[in-house]
Ligand binder design. Structure first.
Ligand code: PMV
Length: 362
């Protein structure tokens, strides 16, 4: 498929008004996307677990307006107007306008809220952009019944990607791959696809407990971080490394080999941060407590043999990953030894989820 396949026919008749809602989850990358080309094209492929509890719920109300010459929308966050989110939405509208040519026809009210606490340091851009893309695309679906679900999922992911790269992995569950990779047929830079190879049962119920080490704003945004991979001295080998790790994960996902899984996932997390530390200018997003947690996980794993591991996003928070069968001891360990390193003792228990869902609005 190419971008052109996502431009709708011009003879569709769109509804005059309506109301649509979607809930879309966040996701956590196992092989990380870090570095991008123009139009949100990733420099390397990635794969992620779709999450469940961390999600954005968005309701879009739309009504025809004249003239249809510019974008018009109100943005509510948790029921209240939120002016500072508007520029990001405006940029998103501009990027997707050619694929959603009806956007200027309507005035929109976008009402959005997150299931996770505001300013928890958890990026809401993936779940937020996925939920918004789904709502806007649903208008096309109302007008054109000829397109199937598979087209809808691909286009929703394609649009979400234009909002925030990793958002394209938040449409479907439970393991999603994004980015062209020779080992994965049907893989593309344009949208995320459900992981096409065999996935062992253990990965379908994996847990992710997110330890909130730092709840404030990050010092360096992902956009800036991605751009610092241009001309980065280790970029070329990092991109090759991501492909190698994706290849290695194929056998791991199929067999459920947790030791190898842990080796790849932790290496990916540390490599992501190593790229940040070796950018020009260099920066560090981990905090002392991030390292305390990592060391405590390593000690605990060594002494108990529990297959618990960590991964990191572009921030100080730690995602603690463990299989369902080890849930009890892992939670006990987190509460006894790791919660002390969280800001105000806060953490979120999440697990692998099944993707976005349309809301049943009254
Ligand atoms: O989607 P962005 O532009 O916020 O970038 C996300 C990058 C990482 O979260 C660090 C890695 C990933 O693959 O999700």
């Amino acid at each position: 498929m190419t971008e052109k396949d996502f431009i709708p026919q011009s003879n569709i008749s769109y509804p005059k008004e309506g109301r649509i809602g979607y809930k879309a989850p966040s996701n956590i990358a196992l092989v990380k996307y870090w570095g991008k080309k123009e139009n949100q094209i990733p420099a390397n492929p990635s794969v992620s677990f779709t999450l469940d509890a961390c999600a954005t719920r968005t309701v879009v109300t739309f009504k025809e307006k004249t003239p249809a010459d510019e974008f018009s929308f109100d943005l509510l966050f948790e029921g209240k107007p939120k002016e500072d989110f508007k520029p990001k939405i405006e940029t998103f509208f501009n990027r997707v306008a050619v694929y959603l040519p009806y956007l200027k026809k309507y005035h929109f009210t976008i009402d959005t809220s997150n299931s996770f606490p505001h300013s928890s340091g958890i990026a809401s851009s993936a779940s937020g952009m996925a939920a918004l893309a789904l709502c806007l695309l649903e208008i096309e679906k109302m007008a054109d019944a000829t397109k199937d679900d598979s087209y809808f999922d691909k286009k929703a992911s394609f649009l979400a990607r234009l909002g925030s790269g990793s958002a394209c992995r938040s449409i479907k569950g439970s393991l999603v791959q994004w980015g062209k990779h020779s080992g994965l047929e049907r893989s593309t830079n344009l949208f995320g696809v459900p992981y096409p190879h065999k996935v062992h049962e253990v990965f379908k119920t994996y847990h992710d407990t997110i330890l909130l080490v730092h709840k404030g704003q990050k010092t360096v945004s992902s956009t800036v971080g991605h751009n610092l991979m241009n001309g980065h001295p280790y970029a070329k080998s990092r991109f090759v490394h991501a492909h190698t790790n994706l290849d290695a994960l194929e056998a791991v996902f199929a067999s459920g080999d947790l030791e190898k899984f842990i080796g790849i996932v932790e290496s990916e997390a540390l490599t992501l941060h190593a790229m940040m530390m070796s950018s020009t200018p260099y920066f560090i997003l981990m905090m002392p407590n991030t390292l305390q947690i990592i060391n405590a996980i390593w000690d605990y794993r060594k002494t108990t043999g529990t297959p618990i591991c960590f991964t990191l996003d572009a921030g100080a928070n730690v995602h603690v990953l463990y299989p369902e069968d080890y849930k009890e001891q892992s939670i006990a360990f987190i509460q006894e030894q790791l919660v002390q390193y969280c800001e105000n003792g806060h953490y979120i228990c999440d697990k692998v989820g099944q993707g976005a869902k349309k809301l049943n609005l009254k």
